[in-house]
Design a protein around this ligand. Structure first.
Ligand code: SF4
Length: 303
């Protein structure tokens, strides 16, 4: 029995093959860094803009080519989504966005577009543009939320509140976009009630997918300074597992789970996944789901 709705199965059922996401660095920045919405960025965000920035000096076409080579050596039958991950990938004039997304889609084996952004930089003209692309490929819109607790959002220096997230989601869902939300369930300022409320809000909004992250701390970030001064205490691995399971229990069973833990960068991480790999953390969560005989949506009876 699968105890949560895995992304890999969703892709397999839809396309019949493995889908691999290619992380694209498109040279965007973020309004929470350049002073438009805020300065300094979210307290956990490092200079890479919370993205996996390999090949960042290459053109988008070259990045696609390089990653395809790597993945084709690893997997036999595979197709690709272009994943615009780092920084805010809708934060530019529409014509520039069109040009960048088109470069990635010039390759026939790219069958989907995954656009990661902030909820406060999703104007209607960007949604119009994404509707154009959706006529050709599947489009996923990834919106960072992290937590429904607006006080914690303030501490994180997100530069937006829950209201902007709800607004962006409603507007995207009105146009039938697949919305994927990022959450961090072990934020030291949140308790288990915040985790439950976040799951409920995401379910109530009819969101399609969730990426669950474990908070990690990278050098040269405001969070690293807080941690080094003893102002932030990270919870235990057991607490993380408990929070993920509780989150899943309250989440609608139809929501696709894109990830269960973060993948901290290889360099510069001060605290990440309690010294374990992402796969090890995921294995422990799956074991605990079995042990507790519980599953995604078990407590989804509140709407
Ligand atoms: S919104 Fe994203 S890119 Fe911008 S500061 Fe926060 S984590 Fe970094």
């Amino acid at each position: 029995m699968e105890r949560y709705r895995k992304l890999s199965r969703y892709f397999k059922e839809r396309y019949g093959v493995r889908i691999q996401r290619i992380p694209i660095f498109a040279g965007f920045t973020c309004p929470n860094r350049d002073g438009t919405k805020g300065k300094g960025g979210c307290i956990f965000c490092d200079a890479t803009g919370s993205g996996f920035a390999a090949f960042r000096n290459l053109s988008i076409k070259e990045q696609v080519f390089k990653w395809k080579e790597i993945y084709k050596r690893k997997f036999k039958n595979v197709k690709f989504f272009a994943y615009f991950q780092a920084f805010s990938n809708t934060y530019a004039p529409v014509e520039i966005l069109r040009e960048k997304y088109s470069q990635a889609l010039a390759d026939d084996e790219i069958i989907g577009l995954d656009i990661s952004t902030r909820p406060d930089v999703l104007p209607e003209e960007v949604l119009d543009l994404l509707e154009e692309f959706r006529k050709k490929v599947e489009v996923h819109l990834e919106l960072g939320l992290q937590t429904a607790n607006y006080k914690t959002l303030k501490i994180l220096n997100r530069g937006h509140t829950l209201a902007e997230f709800i607004d962006a989601t409603i507007r995207a869902k009105k146009r039938n976009f697949a919305v994927v939300t990022h959450v961090i369930v072990n934020l030291p300022w949140d308790d288990i009630e915040d985790v439950v409320e976040t799951a409920k809000i995401i379910s109530a909004l009819g969101i399609d997918g969730v990426k669950i992250h474990s908070l990690y701390i990278v050098k040269n970030t405001p969070l690293a300074k807080m941690y080094e001064k003893g102002k932030v205490k990270m919870g235990t691995l057991e607490d993380y597992i408990d929070r993920v399971i509780t989150f899943l229990e309250y989440l609608s069973p139809s929501i696709v789970i894109h990830r269960l833990a973060a993948d901290p960068p290889h360099e510069g991480t001060i605290f990440g996944n309690w010294g374990l790999s992402k796969t090890q953390v995921v294995n422990l969560i799956e074991k605990e789901l079995e042990k507790r005989n519980t599953w995604q949506g078990k407590k989804y009876n509140y709407l």
